[in-house]
Write a protein that binds this ligand. Structure first.
Ligand code: SF4
Ligand code: SF4
Length: 197
């Protein structure tokens, strides 16, 4: 894993004038970018490009899109360390379930009522529950303080492993400027699909 804020670098040996020189270069293709300020700027600058890309992807065969997104996610995600990023935790609205409230109460050694009162917003019917704070209460620095006990939605974000990616284009691009995994997968997808040609 590469720490957030550092581009993936590839060590290379080259020979100059008969002398072996060991150096590092930043790969021009498939380079992993994790600098959050750069990604945020890219989101602003590429607004029109990304709108066109969404239309482009919607016109492709759904199963082929899902296969490509899953493969790129599997390539990109292991190179990004979510435990030192936490940027999605500053903007996500996290839905949670009754069993998750129960499990969190047990972990925090308190009651479910206490968890609900302090951390949860319930719909009037009580059926829908979301964490009541953005950024999330449990984000400490860049890390989740309940990482082993985090909620299903946190674990699944950005959900590239789920089918029918085309139906989640809007939600995915809402986080394009904040999430290095989304940013890198989408940029590599543009390259592989020849979107720039
Ligand atoms: S519970 Fe943890 S992973 Fe989920 S949003 Fe909060 S800080 Fe992030
Ligand atoms: S899912 Fe994205 S925004 Fe969230 S911690 Fe991982 S890289 Fe950062």
């Amino acid at each position: 894993m590469y720490p957030i804020g550092v581009q993936a670098a590839i060590p290379v040996n080259r020979i100059f004038s008969g002398v072996a020189v060991s150096f590092v270069y930043l790969a021009p293709l498939n380079t992993i970018t994790t600098q959050l300020d750069f990604i945020a700027r890219e989101a602003e600058e590429k607004e029109a490009e990304n709108a066109a890309f969404k239309d482009f992807v919607r016109a492709l065969p759904s199963d082929e899109v899902d296969t490509l997104v899953l493969r790129l996610s599997n390539e990109v995600s292991p190179q990004i360390d979510c435990t030192t990023c936490g940027n999605c935790c500053r903007s996500l609205m996290v839905n949670i379930t009754a069993p998750e409230v129960k499990a969190l109460a047990a972990h925090l050694q308190t009651t479910e009522e206490d968890v609900k009162e302090r951390y949860v917003e319930c719909s009037s019917s009580g059926e829908i529950m979301v964490l009541n704070s953005i950024p999330c209460h449990f984000l400490k620095g860049n890390s989740c303080s309940i990482y082993e006990h985090r909620f299903t939605e946190c674990r699944e974000f950005p959900s590239f492993h789920q089918p029918h990616f085309q139906g989640r284009l809007f939600a995915t691009f809402m986080h394009y400027g904040r999430c290095p995994i989304i940013y890198n997968v989408m940029e590599q997808m543009k390259q592989e699909l020849g979107f720039f040609k």
